[in-house]
Design a protein around this ligand. Structure first.
Ligand code: UGA
Length: 343
């Protein structure tokens, strides 16, 4: 089988590429405009194309593939308030083009969506059929979840009409090596929380706790996520379904994550972290239009009933990823939005 990985150069895409190369069962073509994270990832059945998703050549890639895996997205909350139109255009319009290509050429699609489609908690755990509750229009943060939700609705409608074979994956905070870039001390906005806290530990701080750090996230090791993808790819029961992919056992508040990362840092380096923890409001940290998204843990019963279960605990996951960041660290001297953590 030939698999097209659109957005192969991102964090999830580069890990899926590595996974599929290791498996060695399929031909894989990775497409991305930024190939930095794919450096050193090679295999006899792996081809890389440096292309914008809007390039007409992408249609040839779709036509020549059996399965299209769509990972193309802006996924950093700071962008949702800084560049909401770009977020809509990429996360909805450009992705819609991919859906239309898959419909036209009768290709199966695996679409990476987001746990953020659930919005505000409406139950004690998010199951795939939970309500999707977003904040007001003036809180532009929600343009991302809304774009992703609308895309899922279009996919579902095509599937229900028999025009598209799909699987939608809703990731819950995957983490692993090659995650977001590091930033200089006192940076606001920018990458996601793990990279911010890691930057603070490496530079001496501070760690910012947005809105007191009371919000919860369920962090998922990227290898557990890869295993979920493999199951979805292979299992006939995953056709025309939506799945949460997350690790409910790794649920923690952001404040708890800050504490745990400090502990793990000390274990790994033998040094006391010595970074101050400062509370800050969401608007001060991200800008006007930000609203925090509290989350409840994922209900993963639907995917576990097909045979998947997440294996990796949070402390071990953090140890592994933080050790990699520590090994790669060079002092962050670049002003502004920081430097990439890993190639
Ligand atoms: C983002 C995307 O919006 C989701 O689609 C995606 O699924 C998710 O990342 C992911 O990594 O899977 P979010 O979890 O809100 O969602 O992203 P983060 O930027 O990592 O924020 C997590 C929490 O930490 C938020 O409550 C944020 O306010 C807080 N935070 C962030 C801090 O307290 N301090 C920081 O320095 C950075």
């Amino acid at each position: 089988m030939r698999i097209a990985l659109l957005g192969a150069g991102g964090f999830i895409g580069s890990h899926l590429a590595e996974h599929l190369i290791r498996q060695g069962e399929h031909d894989v073509v990775g497409v991305d405009i930024d190939l930095e994270k794919l450096e050193g990832i090679t295999g006899p059945r792996f081809e890389v194309l440096k292309l914008d998703i809007a390039d007409p050549i992408v249609e040839d890639v779709v036509v020549s593939s059996d399965v299209v895996v769509d990972l193309v997205a802006h996924a950093n909350p700071s962008l949702y308030v800084e560049k909401p139109i770009e977020v809509f255009e990429l996360n909805f319009l450009r992705n819609l083009d991919m859906i239309n290509l898959c419909v036209r050429h009768r290709k199966r699609i695996v679409q990476y969506s987001t746990c953020e489609v659930y919005g505000r908690p409406s139950a004690s755990a998010f199951s795939e059929d939970s309500d999707l509750v977003l904040g007001p229009i003036s809180k532009q943060r929600w343009i991302y979840a809304c774009s992703k939700q609308l895309l899922e609705r279009v996919i579902y409608a095509h599937g229900a009409n028999g025009a598209l074979e799909y699987t939608v994956i809703r990731p819950f905070n995957f983490i692993g090596t090659r995650f977001d870039y590091l930033v200089p001390p006192h940076t606001r906005g920018g990458p996601r929380v793990f990279a911010h806290f890691m930057s603070a530990l490496l530079s001496g701080g501070p760690m910012y706790l947005v809105n007191g750090g009371l919000q919860h996230r369920s962090f998922t090791h990227i290898e557990d996520a890869n295993a979920a993808f493999q199951l979805v790819l292979d299992h006939p029961g995953a056709r025309n379904e939506i799945f949460n992919v997350g690790n409910p056992a790794n649920d923690i508040s952001v404040r708890g994550l800050a504490q745990l990362m400090q502990e793990v840092y000390e274990e790994l380096t033998g040094k006391s972290p010595g970074c101050e923890v400062i509370e800050i409001s969401g608007e001060e940290f991200y800008g006007e239009g930000y609203e925090d998204s509290d989350r409840v843990p994922p209900d993963v019963a639907k995917l576990t009933s097909l045979g998947w279960s997440p294996q990796r605990g949070l402390r071990d996951t953090l140890r592994e990823v933080m050790a990699e960041y520590l090994a790669l660290h060079r002092p962050a001297t670049t002003a502004g939005r920081g430097v990439r953590a890993a190639s």
